[in-house]
Each structure stands twice: as structure tokens, then as C-alpha cells.
Design a protein around this ligand. Sequence first.
Ligand code: MLT
Length: 333
Amino acid sequence: MSKFHLRSPDRLLACGALVIGLMHGAPGAAQQSYPTKTITVIVPAAPGGPTETVARVLLPAMGKALNGQLVVENLGGAGGTIGAGRAARAAGDGYTLYLYHIGHATFPALYRKLAFDPIADFEPVGRIVDAPMSVVGKRTLGPDNFNDLVSWVKASGKNASMANAGIGSASNLCGLLLSQMFQTEVTPIPYKGTGPAMNDLLGGQVDFMCDQTSNTAGHVRAGKIKIFAVTTRSRVPTLPNVPTLEELGLKNFELSAWHALWAAKGTPKPIVEQLSKALQVAINDATVVQRFNDLATAPIRNEDATPGALQAWLKAEIDRWGPIIRATGQFAD
Ligand code: MLT
């Protein structure tokens, strides 16, 4: 007899434990109805950028809460409209999600023709995090403070290059607002995301951009790029020496790239609710909180990580940005 052979009472106990395990849905034996396969999360921007960063921080914790796996699919281009369009056409079975940001609210004002309706063609799950934006420049750029940057841009005009992630991106929105303020046209350089845009800023091929702190703060701390200002109403706690645009005299220049999660249209309500609950668990996970804090982003409250709160927020943001964007005269076909 093997020394590991169970004696009879132990055998009975083990059998009992197995039955109880099955009844209570123990790992490996559970008959869970959702998710039963991998969930794809469309990130409508190139790899290595701030939207993907939010996804990479959040999704492992959401997967844990759902007892499932979520994988990122990067579908960058056209300011996020390519990925958003794909998500809008996906089957509403809970296996295609879409993670984007404030850009989702600016699409209707920026595009004359949009292949989807940002409200009607998605099932809202909830908001995730707010990412402050920052005006940053290549390390070798002449100006060292925001006022000097403004003078330099005015003097340089079209010779100044400003990166963005295409019409509909957060960097495009911020750049539009800044250009209005500079009262001069600079040369916009569009990328499929600010991941590749940041590579060019680090390499000195582009002069400056306005991008989320989740993509800039690390490079600023490492002294690889210059930072001139943040776009939030108050200073970003993890970048305490950086002035806000409001402090610099730009009244009401407040811009934060809120991120949110949607499911494909028609996803059953119980699944959307399950996703929203998993989102709430994830945004309170200690590792997620720490990582978002390191990225200089601001956490959101549980009550904002719900379908109803996201839908109301999205409608309000579409109404807020529509007239501001239309006043700039920029739109795409
Ligand atoms: C990205 O992840 O690249 C962002 O979407 C960039 C942006 O919107 O500016």
C-alpha cells in the first residue's frame, strides 16, 4: 500500500469535500455561464499608448473578478473611429468590449459622416479613470516654460510640429484648444496613437504635443522630455511642480481624458451588470489603485463605474464638446 493511500474515513471526507466543491462552484468544477471563453477588448489606438496602458492595468483585475480572461486588440487609426466602428458592429454576446476615452464623445462633432452612433450602438459598462493631460516637448526644445513655449510657437508657425493621435483622439482635442489659444497654425503630425507619437517626441522628430500623464509622467520624471503645464483645474499631486494652464492665465482650460468601458450593442443586461461589478472590483484593487496613482491619473468613484452613470456622462460630454469643437471649424469626412 502506498504511504499516500487514504484510510477509509479520510476517503469519505475527501469525497464529501468534492461534492461540496461541485455544489459551491469550486474552481475547475464550476458551471459558470459567463465568461466561458476569452473576452476581446478593442483598444482603438496603437500599442504602447495611454489607452492601452489603462487596459493593461485594469484588465487582469477584471479578469480575476470575472474568473475569465480579457485580451487587448489594438485597432488604431482615424482618431479611434476604426476601432469604435468595429466594436459597434460586433456581436452583442459579451465577448467584445471596447475601451476608449473622451474621444468617444467628440466623434460626432468632428466627423461629418460617422459609421456608428456613439450612444445607440454601444452598451455602457462604466467609467474607469480620469487621465490629466500635459503639454510636453522634446528635450532639446528651446523654451523651458509655458509662456516661452507660446512665444516660440507664435514665432515658428508652421515650422512647429505638434503630434496627435488623429482626429478624435484626446491629443487632437487638446491640440485644437491650444491652437486656438496660440492663434497660429502649427503643423499637426497625426499618428495611430500617442504610443508611436511619444517615440518620435523622445527621438526629437516632432516638437511637442498634449498627451495624457499616463503616457508622459514617467518620461518627464526620467528627464527625457520637457513638461510645460497640465490641463486639470488643480495641480496633479504626483507632478506638484507643474503649473496648470488655468494658473498660467488660460481661464476654463480644463481637460481630462476620462476612460470608459463599453460592450457591443445587444449584450444581455445581466452580462453588462456582471462586467460593471467586475469593473468596480478592479478599480478598487490595491495594485490597480497604485498603478493608476503612479501614472498620475485620478481614480473615479464606484458609482461612476456603472452603465447608467456612463450613459448620462457621455450624453453630457457630447453636449459639452460639440459647440466648442464646432467653433474651431475642424472636422473630417
Ligand atoms: C492612445 O492610446 O494612443 C490615445 O488614444 C492617444 C490620444 O487619444 O491622444
